[in-house]
Design a protein around this ligand. Structure first.
Ligand code: NAG
Ligand code: NAG
Ligand code: NAG
Ligand code: NAG
Ligand code: NAG
Ligand code: NAG
Ligand code: NAG
Length: 647
């Protein structure tokens, strides 16, 4: 099908307040990505001074707040306790906290510059890495077989904290730097307790800086668990969390992020799984992106590490009696209550070395190619992804034009988020609703009714977007602070005060917040809490029925953006705080799509993104990273995920 085919595109504008001249093209994306960097170079010296000043103020302020934060007690999440964290009111929540503090205290003693007389020699108290490694590997009793022994194979899941996650994260961040042992540089991460391998220590992974590829054979199906222990220059285990490891399990037909949990004590657990249908040889990479919470700084570039601490070849074999893991088709209920996802991208058919076609489209497999059970339902060819499709705890339906219009006819969709939302709206219109690329660009703030091509104006959908990257839509980097602007806030509210109101509201924030907030404490109170209160107030004062709400977490920033103000560590931290705050309202009809997870396997380079966008319009031009032609399928997948959630 021709992308420049003329179509009966008809739109009606609804009293659009203000027009934005900024075209949503590659240029503005580059602006968001590079803006911080170039500025950073010119005013570096002054910034450093200001930064040092701020750091000292922050340390002072945080020091003060610490007493408040410590009154809230909760368990540090563990794999086996289902990651439920009880509220402070529950007495049994106190014990782990006490243990936790005792552990920290002993660490502090070890690092005390003037050891007391009773202190034994450093090494004895610390234990060296080897000893901890031995302990950890003997403690890893399950060696990956736990769920098999229970007679049941289940999908690996991202561990999440049900309650008080916000306090947990805020506390970890605020306590950072309060103990001597926090001021220790992480040298690297050591891998311990890798299933099927005895004492996989430094010998295997470190060969004068060379990355050693060790092939490890595992049965496909079960969930395997291993640990990463952060160590200092003397190979002593570190005492606290906040090191950010990226995990990547990739091959030509499978890409996923093995879930990782930060135990906040220098140890990290990773879970690994491969579906038997995709048995084969994969590369498992562990990359240390940031240490010591450094990714949370306003300007974190200089601390970025981006070091591959381990690369393994893992051969997953098909077990004798292999049982395929069942994957249900997505229903609306699958989008409730599940904050963080652990999905995967798979493909059954693809064309090697596929190039974009005319108009910059990637027609690499037959457009009518059908999904393979159970990974999706519909035509995977229409994603223009060279066969890739994402599935999570359920398999998504890939909508046809007719099915999508049937669901959206006469509906009103309201978007509150960054410029990725604009890409998503444009991709919905062009790729799914039959506009065939006649929608060239959309304003960041818009309110339009789109009529189905060829329907003689009988079928329509109204789409409103309130860009929240800045209260002035031609500017960037304000994020959640934009709501503090009265005019912007009132314009948002205005859509919810009438007799009719949007049927669905899609929410997102993060990229611009990454640049705006210099203090994470302010992000929580002035950003998240302020907005939760604002929207609760808007929803509570509606005449019409409150829209169904859907929060999409911020994408994983890719390529060069990995070391910037909106780096993955900060985005993940912000996602968890925002989502925890909204889910705590316990709203009916509140859904979640984890944008961080479905973009994660694609964030290591610029092949599918410009750093902050995964859905730029097809184009035969060069873009970030020197790649030719934009890719857009990752965001197009999101379009279908949104339709699964609301249809
Ligand atoms: C965390 O603490 C370490 C050690 O004091 C410090 O270097 C680092 O900058 C802190 N991180 C943040 C985000 O403040
Ligand atoms: C870190 O915490 C985890 C989970 O609570 C625990 O299993 C592990 O033993 C701890 N590691 C150290 C070195 O304290
Ligand atoms: C596989 O299944 C067969 C038949 O149920 C059984 O006899 C055999 O022991 C099983 N093998 C393993 C390794 O479980
Ligand atoms: C795609 O597949 C359909 C149905 O199998 C077939 O009719 C069509 O010719 C194919 N298109 C291309 C470009 O191969
Ligand atoms: C559909 O609506 C547009 C704008 O309101 C109008 O210009 C056009 O003539 C209409 N088309 C039909 C077939 O009614
Ligand atoms: C928005 O920003 C643009 C560019 O900086 C400026 O020209 C314009 O006056 C601003 N608009 C408002 C309402 O502040
Ligand atoms: C950080 O990003 C810049 C561009 O934004 C890039 O040139 C540099 O290589 C990156 N640094 C690391 C360590 O990846």
């Amino acid at each position: 099908m021709n992308s420049n085919e003329t179509n009966t595109l008809s739109m009606r504008k609804h009293n659009l307040k203000g027009t934005c001249q900024e075209e949503e093209d590659g240029k503005s994306g580059g602006g968001l990505q590079m803006g911080g960097l170039s500025k950073g170079r010119t005013v570096n010296g002054a910034l450093l001074l200001i930064f040092l000043l701020i750091v000292s103020v922050v340390i002072l302020v945080l020091g003060d707040d610490l007493t408040v934060v410590q009154q809230v007690s909760f368990k540090i999440p563990r794999w086996n306790s289902a990651f439920e964290v009880e509220s402070a009111a529950e007495p049994n929540a106190v014990l782990p906290d006490v243990e936790w503090n005792r552990h920290r205290k002993s660490m502090l003693q070890d690092y005390s510059p003037q050891p007391t007389e009773t202190a034994s020699p450093d090494v004895d108290q610390w234990g060296d890495y080897t000893r901890v490694a031995e302990e950890l590997s003997t403690h890893t009793i399950q060696r990956g077989q736990s769920n098999v022994e229970k007679g049941r194979v289940e999908w690996v899941e991202f561990p999440y904290v049900k309650e008080n996650e916000k306090e947990l994260l805020v506390r970890a961040m605020r306590e950072n730097g309060t103990l001597e042992c926090h001021h220790v540089r992480t040298k690297t991460g050591r891998i311990v307790g890798f299933p099927g391998v005895e004492l996989l220590h430094r010998e295997v992974f470190e060969d004068e800086g060379e990355k050693v590829l060790e092939t490890i054979r595992l049965e496909a199906g079960p969930v395997y668990e291993f640990q990463i222990v952060s160590v200092d220059d003397e190979d002593r285990p570190r005492c606290q969390g906040g090191d950010y490891y990226e995990t990547d399990l990739s091959g030509p037909t499978w890409k996923s992020r093995p879930p990782i949990i930060d135990h906040q004590n220098g140890t990290y657990s990773v879970r690994l799984q491969m579906d038997p249908r995709f048995a084969g040889v994969y590369k498992l990479r562990i990359i240390l992106l940031f240490t010591n919470f450094h990714g949370l700084h306003k300007r974190p570039e200089r601390w970025a590490r981006v070091e591959e601490v381990a690369t393994l070849r893992v051969e997953f074999t098909v077990p004798e009696n292999s049982t395929a893991l069942p994957l249900p088709k997505c229903e609306r209920s699958h989008f409730v209550d599940r904050k963080y996802w652990s999905g995967r991208w798979t493909r059954e058919q693809y064309t090697e070395d596929c190039e974009y076609s005319r108009y910059g489209r990637w027609i690499c497999v037959n457009e009518t190619l059908q999904c393979q059970e159970p990974w999706c339902d519909g035509t995977v060819g229409s994603l223009e992804s060279n066969g890739w499709v994402y599935s999570a705890h359920c398999a998504f339906k890939i909508f046809s034009k007719e099915e999508a219009w049937q669901c959206l006819d006469k509906k009103w969709l309201f978007f509150w988020g960054d410029s990725n939302h604009i890409d998503t709206i444009r991709n919905l219109l062009n790729f799914v609703l039959g506009f065939e690329h006649s929608v060239k660009f959309l304003n960041r703030r818009m309110d339009e009714t789109f009529f189905a091509p060829g329907s003689e104006n009988r079928t329509s959908v109204r789409i409103t977007s309130m860009f929240n990257g800045h209260s002035n839509m031609s500017m960037n980097y304000e994020g959640l602070f934009s709501t503090h602007n009265q005019e912007f806030a009132e314009q948002c509210r205005a859509y919810f005060t009438g007799e009719t109101a949007p049927d669905f509201m899609f929410m997102n924030s993060g990229l611009h917040d990454g640049v705006f907030w210099r203090d994470m404490g302010d992000f929580v109170t002035q950003g998240v809490d302020y907005n939760v209160e604002f929207w609760t107030n808007v929803w509570n004062n509606m005449k019409a029925r409150r829209p169904d709400l859907l929060y999409r977490t911020t994408v994983t920033t890719g390529g060069n953006a990995r070391n910037q103000s909106y780096n993955p560590q900060k985005m993940e931290w912000m996602n968890h705080i925002i989502l925890d705050s909204f889910t705590r309202l316990k709203l009916e009809r509140f859904q979640i799509i984890d944008g961080f997870d479905y973009t994660y396997p694609w964030h290591y380079d610029h092949k599918t993104n410009d750093g902050v966008h995964y859905g730029r319009p097809p184009s035969k031009s060069k873009w970030a990273g020197g790649n030719l032609g934009h890719r857009y399928f990752v965001d197009l997948m999101l379009v279908h995920m949104l339709l699964n959630a609301i249809c």
